[in-house]
Design a binder for this molecule. Structure first.
Ligand code: NDP
Length: 494
């Protein structure tokens, strides 16, 4: 009997012609300088390091390796700007600067999106439709609060904290910079920001925007460098507040370094979010939600849904549809507008992901990977699904930070709540069900900062974001995101 043609032949029926995004708008320089006291300058040491395109492994440019002298200069500039201008400026004027930055991000959005995609490996579609618009939205949102702090905290007077040291990771470089800068500036603080070593370029473009917007020198300083630069910055005695986003390991190290100091800090760390699919959920939508939860930005997302719990009666159906959908994901050139899953951010991260996949297999997990061909050059990992795993498997417990999902089944709501809470993390989660009562039960009983219902990875500047347990402390976004940047006092009554 002749072979029966499958109902859907994804290789033939779902092929798209390439739709490359032009990179002509990005004029990369051979070298970049960092931004201190309103000026672009190299490191005191004269050292530079390379930033490469993870999709091609080609060198994009060089950026300065900031050392202790540079950090010293940046913090001094921030202090000077804090006492001299920014904290004294009328709040409405501060707000105008933020509005200006927001609009300039919009004006240069194409350039920013392409640069983000080239420097970090994320699909241009995500950089263009999510990262850059959300970054502008954060500036718009906090611009609005700048002269309304008395309404934000009624009956209390809000004073700025001082100089903030802000350290951001490589998964959402410009967006994380916006999350950090916008509330700090709106509340009257000055700052020194350190972008991640593998993705410094959009932060340096933001520095150009800041300068063009006319902010007084020293209000925003951007130092580029390695983890060592971050370490020096965190420990600087004239810094009042630390805002860190990154790994739990470094977050703990920062906590230890700050113990006993008067410095304030917020830590936004790792996660191992649960995605819970009840039998009464709209299954096709739930499958789409799972795809978004774990494969968005190659799974380089602190709130990624990396643990899937499916109610037993629909597990076979969900997994079959999920595998089919994984096969349709387009993995490859981040600058192709069709691409769903781009490049892994660095060789180091790729090796970490591969090591976890090997561990999962050694521990008895069963692997399914998308049937996709990966480019020869660059850092790539096929979307991966682990089944036949238990709660104690490391792929079920540890943050992988890549396109790797592990699945288990459950029978009752109480069982899945216990399983979902069995993690050192508590950043996010998602539940799919037709029943409002189940949504309330799950969201009440799962200990996580954000839980989405029938959707995932939805962000808005007005919505606070942050974790419990080893996922960190403090909130970013919304009114709560202003709190770490203000001292609140109660005005004396006459
Ligand atoms: P890190 O936590 O090391 O990096 C985050 C930021 O902190 C970067 O700017 C980094 O600089 C800086 N940094 C590194 N060490 C120190 C230090 N001792 N003191 C102050 N700042 C420091 O994350 P990695 O890039 O090494 O990624 C490792 C793992 O962390 C990933 O596999 C993933 O699991 C997790 N991760 C989680 C993130 C999240 O949002 N939850 C974000 C990023 C990573 P530099 O880049 O120059 O090293």
């Amino acid at each position: 009997m002749p072979n029966k043609k499958p109902a859907m032949d994804f290789d033939a029926d779902w092929s798209y012609s390439p739709a490359p995004q032009s990179s002509a708008e990005v004029k990369l320089r051979k070298r970049y300088d960092m931004f201190i006291d309103g000026e672009f300058r190299p490191a005191e040491s004269g050292e530079f390091f390379e930033s490469i395109n993870p999709a091609t492994e080609e060198k994009l440019t060089e950026v300065p390796q900031a050392g202790a002298d540079d950090v010293e200069r940046a913090v001094a500039a921030a202090r000077q700007a804090y006492t001299g201008t920014w904290s004294r400026m009328a709040a409405a004027e501060r707000g105008k600067f933020l509005f200006r930055i927001a609009r300039m991000i919009q004006e240069r959005s194409r350039e920013l999106a392409v640069m983000e995609s080239m420097d970090g490996g994320k699909p241009i579609r995500e950089a263009r439709d999510i990262d850059i618009p959300l970054a502008a939205a954060h500036f718009f949102y906090y611009a609005g609060w700048a002269d309304k702090l008395d309404y934000a905290f009624p009956g209390r007077s809000a004073q700025p904290t001082g100089v903030a040291a802000q350290i951001i990771p490589w998964n959402f470089p410009l967006l994380m910079a916006a999350w950090k800068l916008a509330p700090a500036l709106a509340a009257g603080n000055t700052l020194v920001l350190k972008p991640a070593e593998t993705t410094p370029l959009t932060a340096l473009l933001l520095a150009e925007i800041v300068r063009e917007a006319g902010l007084p020198p020293g209000v925003v300083n951007i130092v580029t460098g390695s983890g060592e630069t971050g370490k020096i910055l965190v420990r600087h005695p004239d810094v009042d507040k630390i805002a860190f986003t990154g790994s739990t390991v470094v977050g703990k190290e920062i906590m230890r370094a700050l113990a006993g100091s008067r410095k304030r800090y917020t830590l936004e760390l790792g996660g191992k979010a649960a995605i819970i699919i009840f039998a009464d959920a709209a299954i096709d939508q739930a499958v789409e939600g799972i795809i978004n939860a774990i494969f968005f930005n190659q799974g380089h997302v602190c709130c990624a849904g990396s643990r899937l719990f499916v109610q037993e009666s629909v597990a076979a159906e969900v997994l079959e549809k999920l595998r089919d959908r994984m096969d349709t994901l387009m993995v490859g050139d981040p600058l192709d507008k069709n691409t769903d899953v781009g490049a892994i951010n660095s060789r180091e991260q790729l090796e970490r992901i591969r090591a976890y996949v090997a561990i999962g297999q050694e521990e008895g997990g069963e692997v399914y990977q998308s049937r996709c061909s990966l480019p020869d050059r660059g850092f790539w990992h096929a979307p991966t699904l682990f089944s036949n795993v238990s709660q104690s498997h490391r792929v079920m417990q540890e943050e992988i930070f890549g396109p790797v999902l592990a699945v288990q089944t459950f029978r009752t709501a109480d069982e899945v709540i216990a399983k979902a809470n069995n993690t050192p993390y508590g950043l996010s989660g998602g539940v799919w069900t037709d029943k409002g009562a189940k949504i309330f039960k799950i969201t009440r009983e799962i200990r996580a900062g954000v839980i989405w219902a029938n959707t995932f990875n939805k962000f808005d500047p007005s919505s606070p974001f942050g974790g419990y347990k080893e996922s960190g402390m403090g909130r970013e976004g919304g009114l709560e995101g202003l709190l770490p940047y203000v001292h609140l006092s109660t005005p004396r009554r006459r």
